[in-house]
Design a binder for this molecule. Sequence first.
Ligand code: PA5
Length: 422
Amino acid sequence: MIRFDASGATGFLPSGALDAATARIDAAVRQVRTGTGAGPEWLGWRRILATPDDALLNRLDELATRIRQDCDVFVVAGIGGSYLGARAVIEALGPFFGGKGPEIVYAGHHMSGRYLNELVRHLEGKRVWLNVISKSGTTLETALAFRVLRAFMEKTYGAEAKNRILCTTSASGGALNRVIDATGYTKFVLPDDVGGRFSVLTPVGLLPIAVAGIDIRSLFYGAVEAYRMYEAEPAPVAAYAATRLALYEAGYRVDVLASFEPELKAFGGWMQQLFGESEGKDGKGLYPAVHAYSTDLHSLGQMVQDGERNIIETFLTVAEPGGTLTIGTDADDFDGLNWLAGRTLQEVNAAAYAGTRQAHSDGRVPVLDIGIARLDAPTLGALIYYFELATALYGYGLGVNPFDQPGVEAYKKAMFRLMGKP
Ligand code: PA5
C-alpha cells in the first residue's frame, strides 16, 4: 500500500552508516513492541488499532450524520495535535475534494483577536456546531477561543446551545472537564495513553473528519490494516526510519517534506508537528519543513537547489491522483502551449516531480520517496500509522523520548510571567 524508496539517498551516506542505523532501528522495533522504550505509557496509538472500538466509530458516525443535516459551519477549536490531524484528512478528502459535509473552520490555534472577531461575524445567521478539543483542557489558545465561541453559541441558541457544543478531552482533570460537568455538554474522551500528536484516529480527529463527510471506518481500518501488516513485517517502516537516522548522523539537519499534490499540504503540517515535537529535543533532530510543489519551487526551490547542503527531501507521491484534465488546443496559440495539447495536467505534474527530484539530487540533496497509489480514506489511514510508527522508531533510534514535549512549556512560562498570571 505504501512504497518506500531510499535509492535517491543511500549514495550520500558514508559506508557502514545505514547498517549502524538499521541496527538501532531494529532495537527500536523491539522497544516499541515490548513497551521497553522511553514513555511506554504513551503507546495507546497502537492499542487503539490492535483492539478497534467499533461502537465508538458507530457513535461518531451517527452523530456526524445528524450534525450534517443541521449544520452550515462546523467549528473545530484546538491547537497542535488537537486539530492538525483532522485538518490533514479533511483538506485531503473533505468538502473541496468531493466530501459532502458542511464548511469546516478552525479556531483556538492562535491568539488573534481579529480572527476571532471575523469568525464570529462569519458564523452569524448560519447553523453552527462547535467542537472544542483539548487533552489538557487548559491550553490558553483553545480556552480563550472557547470562551468567545461559547458566548456566541449561548447568545445565539440560548438553552439549545448545549446540544450543539461537543467537547473532546481527557477522561478527567482540566478546566474543560469542569465546564462539561457544569453544563452537560456532550463529551468525547481522548484516552490517557494517546498523546496529542498521535490522536488523529481517536475522537479528536475522527469526529470532525466524520462531520466533513469522510468515511471514518475506511480511514480507521486502513490504519488497522497497516498496523497488522507492519506487526507481521516492519521492514518498510524500519527502512525509512533507518535511512532518515543515517542521514541525520551523516550531518543533514533539514528534512523537506514535499508533495506535488496541493491537498497534501495540511498532511505535511500534521507530519511536521509529529516529527518536530517528537524528535526535536536534547539538541537533536531533523528540522521538518513542509514544501507544497510546484508552488514552493518558486520560493524555496532556490534554497533546496543551491543553499546550504544540509537538506534532505522526502517526496510524498500519489501514483493515480485522479481527476484527469486534458490540455486543449487553442486556435491562436498566443501562449505557445499547443505543444502540450492532448497531454494531461497530471502528466505535466508527474514530469515536474521527476524533473525536480533529478535536479535536487544533482544539487546534492539526498531524496527519499514515499509513494501511495491513490488518495483515499484507507490509504490516508495507513499513511497516518506509517508515519506514527516511523516517528516512534526514529525517536528511539535517536535516543530521545518521542512522546513528550517538555520544550513547549518554555514560551508559556515566559508569556504568563509577562502577563502577570497569579
Ligand atoms: O502533541 C501534543 O501533545 C501537543 O501538540 C498538543 O496536542 C497541543 O499542545 C494541544 O494540547 P491540548 O490538547 O492539551 O490543548
